[in-house]
Design a protein around this ligand. Structure first.
Ligand code: KIV
Ligand code: ZN
Length: 523
């Protein structure tokens, strides 16, 4: 083994991210096309091998998102999901036209309960349909993945038959999903080992796993499969996904890296991008990361007890198996202050891997940075990330409503009251309202002007850095006429952050209605 290359002689483990497809199936986690492109670019920067961008037949919006990701991403493979139906595969092929490396992922259920009760098909017909689907997908691309949905509850003899047949039809990756999160690590690992032994030409394909977390075992099951020869893991950022979620990308990647003494494979992931990408996904979806979540939780590297702190100060490895900076926790060093210039600001963004698309966006971000530095004096890397996230998300939607001024009175024993001035389509409009607290009063004051008719599904606030001078980052989730959007806002004043987040959400709803109207669609 080459001592300079610790991966020599090991297999590569392919990291397949499905945040934009299975992740989006978390109730309330829907993302717009532009948000998906931003996440896809972050995944590409992280060197994810395959990005599953969506399910093109599901809706025109899904189709557009897959096409936009396919056009924007050059390095990673971009994948579109399709049932084993001609129309689905053709739509996926169409959506992936612009991709540098397209993959079609087709699936059909193989467990007795799914075949009998859902598909109402005989097993032989299921095999025939899978073979048809793979052959059709091969007309669009040489990279075709086949999934046996609910493989975790399927009969192993039947899996051997269907997988052997799809290899002959041209599938290049065989995916074994534990769709309902029912399997246990040893059992799931054995299934992978048996399939590899019994399937004809198993050496021609990559074995992949896709585990759901219903019993909290998605990562354990995935790693057990890796020990038994799986060479692709399907996972999501922050473990987002249908029901209890999918295997979390950061946990799988860091387990393989940290225990490189144990695993006979490696990943190509740039682990320093893990925390920034986790934050991006959490900010866009409005799903906060629990503080004790492995790798990306706020407490993942925080030591509370005196004994631990003492040990870490004497020798870090007494209590730490990974370095926080290796997964992208910046040491939050103070980078800039109110006297910093535009060039210093731009070059720090560059060091953080942030490129703003236009000079206008850079100027806007710089002017907000100056305002923030005035209020906060010390501006940390995480502040910059939040500031840029809000500039780029606003830049991508038409902003017909802007916050000009907000005054809130809150005093013990008194009913909080807010007065707001908005710019609505270049008209200055004023509103006022009382509320149960200052945030409630501010949002009601905005509604007294806009009368949006939208329903607030979620409100959450997180501090960006520590300390009482931290910016608060607020996410709201709004629903109107079947559309669900997330709005974000950040400010050192959390009432102002809340008003900004609410307006950001309302602008998103407004802009999606205008887009549909412009396309002559049904609103
Ligand atoms: O969980 C599942 O079975 C899936 C398939 C489409 C791979 O998401
Ligand atoms: Zn799934």
């Amino acid at each position: 083994m080459d001592p300079l290359n610790e991966n020599a002689g090991k297999d590569k483990l392919i990291i397949f991210d499905t945040t934009l497809r299975d992740g989006e199936q978390s109730p309330g986690a829907s993302m717009t096309r532009d948000e998906k492109v931003r996440i896809a670019k972050a995944l590409e920067r992280m060197r994810v091998d395959v990005i599953e961008a969506g399910f093109p037949i599901a809706s025109p919006g899904d189709f557009e998102s897959v096409a936009a990701v396919a056009a924007a991403v050059r390095e990673s493979t971009v994948c579109g999901l399709a049932r084993a139906l001609e129309k689905d595969i053709d739509r996926a092929g169409e959506a992936l036209k612009a991709a540098a490396r397209p993959r079609i992922h087709t699936f059909i259920a193989t467990s007795p309960i799914h075949m009998e009760r859902k598909l109402r098909m005989e097993p032989d017909a299921v095999i025939a349909q899978a073979v048809m689907a793979v052959k059709r997908a091969r007309q669009f691309t040489d990279d075709v993945e086949f999934s046996a949905e609910d493989a975790g509850r399927s009969d192993i003899d039947f899996l051997v038959r269907i997988f052997t047949a799809v290899i002959a039809a041209g599938a290049t990756t065989l995916n074994v999903p534990d769709t309902v999160g029912y399997n246990l690590p040893n059992q799931f690992g054995e299934t992978i080992a048996k399939l590899r032994e019994r399937i004809d030409h198993a050496d021609r394909v990559i074995f992949s796993v896709h585990c759901h977390n219903d019993l909290g075992l998605a990562v354990a099951n995935s790693l057990s499969a890796v020990c038994n020869g799986a060479r692709q893991v399907e996972c999501t950022i922050n473990g987002l996904g249908e029901r209890a979620g999918n295997a979390s990308l950061e946990e799988v990647v860091m387990a393989v890296r940290t225990r490189r003494d144990f695993f006979d494979c490696y990943t190509d992931i740039d682990t320093t991008q893990i925390v920034p990408t986790s934050r991006l996904v959490s900010g866009i979806t409005g799903f906060p990361v629990q503080p004790n979540k492995a790798i990306v939780g706020a407490n993942a590297f925080a030591h509370e007890s005196g004994i631990h702190q003492d040990g870490v100060l004497k020798h870090r490895e007494t209590y730490e198996i990974m370095r926080a900076e290796d997964v992208g926790w910046s040491n939050n060093r103070m980078v800039l202050g109110k006297h910093s210039g535009r060039n210093a600001f731009k070059s720090r963004l560059h060091e953080l891997g942030i490129e703003l698309a236009t000079d206008e966006a850079l100027n806007e971000a710089f002017s907000r940075f100056k305002d923030l530095a005035d209020k906060k004096h010390e501006v940390f890397d995480d502040d910059l990330q939040a500031l840029v996230t809000s500039v780029s998300s606003e830049g991508r939607i038409e902003e017909s409503m802007k916050l000009l001024h907000l005054k809130v009175c809150s005093e013990s024993g008194e009913v909080p009251h807010a007065e707001v001035v908005l710019l609505v389509d270049s008209d200055e409009r004023r509103g006022a309202a009382a509320g149960s607290g200052p945030v409630d009063a501010a949002l009601r004051a905005i509604d007294s002007i806009i009368n949006s008719g939208s329903q607030l599904l979620l409100y959450s606030v997180n501090n960006i850095t520590s300390g009482t001078d931290s910016q608060g980052e607020v996410t709201v989730r709004l629903q109107k006429d079947g559309r669900i959007v997330n709005g974000q806002g950040a400010d050192t004043d959390i009432v102002i952050a809340s008003a900004k987040a609410y307006l950001n959400g309302l602008n998103k709803i407004q802009s999606s209605i205008s887009r549909l109207k412009a396309q002559g669609g049904d609103v």
